[in-house]
Design a protein around this ligand. Sequence first.
Ligand SMILES: *[C@@H]1O[C@H](CO)[C@@H](O)[C@H](O)[C@H]1NC(C)=O
Ligand SMILES: *[C@@H]1O[C@H](CO)[C@@H](O)[C@H](O)[C@H]1NC(C)=O
Ligand SMILES: *[C@@H]1O[C@H](CO)[C@@H](O)[C@H](O)[C@H]1NC(C)=O
Ligand SMILES: *[C@@H]1O[C@H](CO)[C@@H](O)[C@H](O)[C@H]1NC(C)=O
Ligand SMILES: *[C@@H]1O[C@H](CO)[C@@H](O)[C@H](O)[C@H]1NC(C)=O
Ligand SMILES: *[C@@H]1O[C@H](CO)[C@@H](O)[C@H](O)[C@H]1NC(C)=O
Ligand SMILES: *[C@@H]1O[C@H](CO)[C@@H](O)[C@H](O)[C@H]1NC(C)=O
Length: 467
Amino acid sequence: MGKFHLTLLFLLTLFTINASHARHHKHTYKRHKHGHYITPPSSGISLPPSPQPDDPADAPAYLPSGVFDVRSYGAVGDGIVDDTASFKASWDAACSNTDNSEPSVLHAPSGYTFMIQSTIFSGPCQSNIIFQIDGSVVPPDGPEEWPKNTSKHQWLVFYRVEGMSLQGGGRIDGRGAKWWDLPCKPHKGPNGTTLPGPCDSPIALRFFESSNLTVKGLRIQNSPQFHFRFDVCHTVHIESIHITAPALSPNTDGIHIENTNNVQIYNSFIFNGDDCVSIGSGCYDVDIRNITCGLGHGISIGSLGNHNSRACVHNVTVRDSLMRETSNGVRIKTWQGGSGAVSGITFDNIRMDSVRNPIIIDQFYCLGKGCNNQTSAVLVTDIVYSGLKGTYDVRSPPMHFGCSDAVPCSNITLSDIELLPAVGEMMLDPFCWNAYGSLDSVTIPPVSCLEEGVPPQPILESGIDRC
Ligand SMILES: *[C@@H]1O[C@H](CO)[C@@H](O)[C@H](O)[C@H]1NC(C)=O
Ligand SMILES: *[C@@H]1O[C@H](CO)[C@@H](O)[C@H](O)[C@H]1NC(C)=O
Ligand SMILES: *[C@@H]1O[C@H](CO)[C@@H](O)[C@H](O)[C@H]1NC(C)=O
Ligand SMILES: *[C@@H]1O[C@H](CO)[C@@H](O)[C@H](O)[C@H]1NC(C)=O
Ligand SMILES: *[C@@H]1O[C@H](CO)[C@@H](O)[C@H](O)[C@H]1NC(C)=O
Ligand SMILES: *[C@@H]1O[C@H](CO)[C@@H](O)[C@H](O)[C@H]1NC(C)=O
Ligand SMILES: *[C@@H]1O[C@H](CO)[C@@H](O)[C@H](O)[C@H]1NC(C)=O
């Protein structure tokens, strides 16, 4: 399916949900009046004290500093009954709570498993929101159970929300297994073939046009597709989360960001089947620290410049992290064609443990065949690699700088690099193609293939676009 259709579908879904959101609103306070009193969650944030009425008849219309327990809105939490409407009703109540001196808390308590369908939680809200998950949240189990009238592209969506923390000691389980085995997934068709698509699978958590977001403490596992995707968001802080999916689960990227800026990803653990963190076009001011990535494809900037698009990514730092048995360590990948630039990228103090391609720039990225070389490319410049140490799996060189003929990479600096084969003694030489840069210290293995100085100005009709 084309991008246009995807967008259209997404927007259509938004309109449907927005309309029902508006209808729900009227009933919000009434429903809440009959709500129960709330037990504070066993873990996580400290909640405002619940009122202690002598007589329930004197109960206020709604709690002044609102805690909106999904059970008060009818959620059953047995993992079977559909609790979507209850989550929507609690969201509407929390979101329209006009006492905004404290954040409104939507609470999914521990000891319950809430089954909810593809849902869009829309803002803007009257107050900041704490979406507190201490229990488990699951979607319908696989494509057969997925309601035909809900989006297959996404499960839980936050749209136009400003000032929200998604947090708790609970678990979000995407129940991806049946999606990964669809015959349209790679080699899952009869006799190891891949049947033609479309092969839609839902992204577990999607944030769209939102800002000032925090995600912390949660465990997220087995998404049918990406675990998190942020589009057109700013000011995102992700802290202490734990993402897991099997090594062979297709497209289960941990966190993908696109057109999103001012992002922090700290102290998290991501073991999965695709990119650990992937950074798409339009991202800048991204700081990633102390994350452990395992099994999947490592940290990736890109892919960028597909279908001759313009891509800009700048000021990204990844530091103090560990890559365990991933296929790539730190990668920048761009397609032939395209324009724009990736610049000001720092990879610092990253430990590699049996990583296949610890350091890689690939400007010939191509899925399938038929990607011809073109006369334009996304510029890759001002890239720092320092303190990258550990071992590589000996199938390919530990450093690979494959830059385009149209626009060479420039100002790559390497210091304090020490990459040894995980087994045996055989060292593989670094690979460079059209890569300009310098060494600030001796590296292991030695790098002699970087070209010195500044590349000759490429002859491009439009000149270089540094974004
Ligand atoms: C999907 O259809 C079911 C059954 O007709 C209905 O209850 C539900 O509200 C619909 N969901 C959406 C998002 O339209
Ligand atoms: C961001 O959201 C938090 C609550 O999650 C709130 O305390 C803070 O004031 C918000 N910041 C801005 C700049 O809106
Ligand atoms: C799968 O392979 C077997 C043995 O080669 C063959 O007999 C069978 O027809 C194949 N099935 C399909 C669906 O291609
Ligand atoms: C790094 O993150 C891990 C969780 O993956 C945490 O246990 C550890 O305390 C963090 N280290 C620092 C220095 O913050
Ligand atoms: C780069 O991003 C960081 C936040 O990650 C920010 O503090 C810093 O000011 C940015 N640098 C530039 C040159 O914009
Ligand atoms: C593209 O260019 C690279 C480097 O010059 C070369 O190795 C590769 O074979 C070319 N690919 C095609 C499809 O022409
Ligand atoms: C090379 O890149 C580094 C790191 O981004 C930057 O500080 C430096 O100014 C760049 N050098 C040139 C000559 O552009």
